[in-house]
Each structure stands twice: as structure tokens, then as C-alpha cells.
Design a protein around this ligand. Structure first.
Ligand SMILES: C[S@@+](CC[C@H](N)C(=O)[O-])C[C@H]1O[C@@H](n2cnc3c(N)ncnc32)[C@H](O)[C@@H]1O
Length: 272
């Protein structure tokens, strides 16, 4: 079971994704380059700047910063994801510290880091408010918290399949309702707590898909919202979705384009 309690918080470990995470979530080199440059600019980085990331994963965001020589600390509940990151740095000099710990209970001092980055993590944690309190605690006063998000213009087919999936799950008595902190929650809380926000659009990514490729993602259980569905209902729910899709979309190989807008929001004056 991937959805689990760590300490007292409910969250999602990516242990099962370690083998395919990089293949399904990689950013193109030029996007990664632009993202890194923006993080360093928003973080007003100097060679002494220290970085922290909860849920560091395989280092998709961290690695380019670590490779530039910065001191970077990451916590992660999945050893398998951290192992991938360790392999990428084998034989290289670096200042990366990895700790197996839960983002809602950080074994770290107050006011420890200059820049705290939260990419793709707060939506996975039921008690995301507590995770944010922890991030605020370890951030040095007058330094910067950077939130990574990507508003998506989904295609009509992707939306329709997602909606049908939720309806099928609900017909089997499964409530797909668990979510952690989504973008509006996080930005709202930062503002309530007095932060000044600066939002930067980093890149627009076009993603090509077909109904076939979307259905394959459900079959292969690629995304974390698919992992939580209990194994005893998954096969039948998937069969129902495939039957519905076959009727709804006669041409399952027509290419469709959706747009991801990779965005960073920097929060200044947040730490108390
Ligand atoms: C979607 S991945 C993002 C990884 C990386 N930040 C990136 O953007 O590629 C989320 C990661 O957070 C980890 N995670 C989930 N809940 C966590 C928690 N409560 N504390 C620490 N790590 C957590 C998962 O195991 C997973 O590796």
C-alpha cells in the first residue's frame, strides 16, 4: 500500500515509482536550465546560499542546483527514490545531504536554510498546513520560499476520462477525495501569513497524447492518484473505463495537445 501514515500524517510514498519516475516526469534540458536559472534568481543565490527541498525524489529539481556546487538538503520518505538520486551523483563531488524523514516532522533546526523549494509535494500530504509550518520554521528570516506549480490546459478527452474514472470509482464505493494542499491553498496560506508573492512563468510545455496513451497510463498506474485505489476494485474499474472509452472515442489514436505552464511563485517575508 502506497498511501500510508508516516508519524501522524497521511501521505504518499513514491517507492513504487522509482523505476519509471524519471521517464514519465523528466523536463527537457532547456526547460530544466531555465527553471534552475529562475530558482537561483528568485532565491537571490550567492555561492553561500543553502537550499532545502522536502520530497526531493530523484532530484529532478535539485540535481542541476547541486551540480552547480550549492549546499542542498533534501528529505524524502522513499529510500528507492533517494537511491536513484545517489546513483546520479556517484563519483562526483557534491554538497547534497539526504535524510529519510517526513516533511511534516523535520529533524532540522529552526532558521536553517536560505531557500526552501516545494515542487510537487504539498498536494500529496493530507496535513499540508503542518508541512508548510515546518518549511516556514526551517527557513531563515528574510529569505525565500519557492513554490513550483504548473497550471494545465487539459484536453477535453483527458478531462472527460478523468471525470468518468471518478464516477466509476464512486460506483464501487471508493471516494477519490483525498487531496493535500493544491495551488490555491498554498498561495492563499502564504498571503494570509503576510508573504509578498512574485510569480514567474518559466515555460509552456506542450504535451502530446492520444486516448490510447491516456488509457495506457491508467493500465500502468503511472500517477499517484491511481496508486491509492484499492487493488481489489482497480481491475474492474479499469475494465469499465476501457468499455466506456471504446464507445465514447471511436478514434483512439488521434493526437491531442495539452499545455502545462511551468510556474514558480517566490514568497518573500514569509518566515517569522
Ligand atoms: C511527485 S514526487 C516529486 C519529487 C521532486 N520534488 C520532483 O519535483 O521531481 C513527490 C515525492 O515526495 C515524497 N513524499 C511524499 N510525501 C512525503 C512526506 N510526507 N515527506 C517527505 N517526502 C514525501 C514521495 O516519496 C516522492 O518522492
Amino acid at each position: 500500500m502506497t498511501l500510508a501514515f508516516y508519524g501522524t500524517t497521511m501521505t504518499i510514498s513514491f517507492d513504487r515509482a522509482a523505476d519509471f519516475y524519471d521517464n514519465t516526469r523528466t523536463l527537457a534540458p532547456e526547460v530544466s536550465e531555465r527553471l534552475t536559472a529562475e530558482i537561483l534568481r528568485l532565491g537571490r543565490a550567492t555561492p553561500d546560499t543553502t537550499f532545502f527541498e522536502p520530497g526531493i525524489g530523484t532530484g529532478r529539481i535539485a540535481l542541476p542546483i547541486v551540480e552547480r556546487g550549492y549546499a542542498y538538503t533534501g528529505v524524502e520518505i522513499s529510500e528507492a527514490m533517494m537511491d536513484r538520486l545517489r546513483q546520479k551523483l556517484e563519483g562526483k563531488a557534491h554538497q547534497l545531504t539526504l535524510i529519510n524523514a517526513d516533511a511534516t516532522a523535520l529533524p532540522l533546526d529552526d532558521n536553517a536554510f536560505d531557500v526552501v523549494i516545494a515542487p510537487h509535494i504539498l498536494h500529496l500530504i493530507a496535513d499540508w498546513q503542518r508541512a508548510m509550518d515546518e518549511l516556514r520554521r526551517v527557513l531563515k528570516p528574510a529569505r525565500v520560499f519557492i513554490y513550483f506549480h504548473h497550471p494545465t490546459n487539459k484536453t477535453a478527452a483527458r478531462d472527460a476520462i478523468g471525470q468518468q474514472w471518478r464516477e466509476i470509482l464512486s460506483s464501487y464505493g471508493y471516494d477519490s477525495g483525498f487531496t493535500g494542499g493544491v495551488t490555491e491553498d498554498v498561495l492563499g496560506r502564504l498571503q494570509e501569513q503576510g508573504a509578498t508573492l512574485e510569480t514567474v512563468a518559466v515555460a509552456d510545455l506542450s504535451r502530446e497524447s492520444t486516448v490510447d496513451s491516456l488509457m495506457r497510463a491508467y493500465r500502468d498506474r503511472i500517477y499517484s492518484n491511481m496508486w491509492r485505489v484499492p487493488n481489489d476494485i482497480y481491475p474492474q474499474a479499469l475494465a469499465d473505463l476501457e468499455d466506456w472509452a471504446a464507445q465514447e472515442f471511436p478514434n483512439t489514436d488521434v493526437p491531442m495537445t495539452s499545455q502545462d505552464n511551468i510556474t514558480l511563485t517566490a514568497a518573500y517575508h514569509w518566515a517569522s
